[in-house]
Write a protein that binds this ligand. Sequence first.
Ligand code: GAF
Length: 397
Amino acid sequence: MSARSGGTVTHPSGDVAERAAAGFSAQFGGQASGRWAAPGRVNLIGEHTDYNEGFVLPFALPMRTVVAADRQDGEHWTVWSELSGEAITFGADDVAEPGRVTGWGAYVAGVVWALREAGHQVPGARLAIASDVPLGSGLSSSAALESAVLAALLDLGGLALAPALQPRLAQRAENVYVGAPTGIMDQSASIRCRAGHALFLDCRDESVEHIPFDLGAAGLAVLVIDSRAPHRHADGEYASRRRSCEAGASALGVAALRDVGIDQLDAALAHLDDEETRRRVRHVVTEDQRVLDTVALLRAARVRDIGPLLTASHVSMRDDFEITVPEVDTAVEAALAAGALGARMTGGGFGGCVLALVEADRADAVAAAVTDAYAQRGFTAPGTVTVLPSPGAARLL
Ligand code: GAF
């Protein structure tokens, strides 16, 4: 989920880490004692599988959120964000229970709350936040914010929390403090991804494998297309898809849809009375299998061959999970018609971004074809950018 839904925000120019440091000095005086960065993500494949305890394969974006911070006395947190241009302060009472801080500050207060809930002595802090992760585009700006704040507070307080345990804590901030019922993928991607790799995450036991995804060596590129579609009831629809999946698992007598293997799908579908639930289950079960197939191809260095799996994932999201909108379908169709090897919507749906796997020397032509198709349909022009798998959250030197 995005920190702000309903459109794309243009970010200030200049290096994001320098903006955070300059913002800190202007707002608080002096120098921050450190800067911590956490990226947004695209999900290569595996959509709406995370809360079904299945498989996902995201990679981190080069666009990051950076927090410049230092400690302050007492249980007070003062947070300035370049996007709002304002500073907010909250104290121990505000993080005593969820919901007391609202708006963008809830993502920060939620991390303080979740750390305290887990028994950590969280130091008071002053934090200045700058970000290059687009808001409202399905690229996990909220997970980037939570993960950067978490990294800063852990370091400032000398708190011990193994990287493998950090995504759950950041997710709790979002689920419980902010109140968005999201899965574990986005925080895992922001915290655990590695440059040059996609993160193969088993969302049941949270084990990971870093799968080499060297686009440059293969002569390929991933083009990310911001559909610019306004989010249409995305939060309510997300929760409703989640409920359908839980109902399907319950009807099938399994703990989660992850427990239905592809070879059991026909029998499972025959067992379900409700046509809509059948479609939702079919998406999740086939999507889990597509992640496994994609990982097998990447392990064999057959990067080009994952294209049809990406496109099949989109068709499944469009027809079975019913989470696409005309703008993203248009972007996928136009990218494929212009020679993309595969294309799919990425993220929660109802807008957001499309990714297209393209020959590197075709990226501009595919982007132009999508822009043309948008113009013909009278849609707001899309944003397009090529991205490489980038590092996860870290302290900056
Ligand atoms: C959003 C959620 F935050 C993730 O947990 C995941 O469910 C995704 O939608 C869909 O795959 O990004």
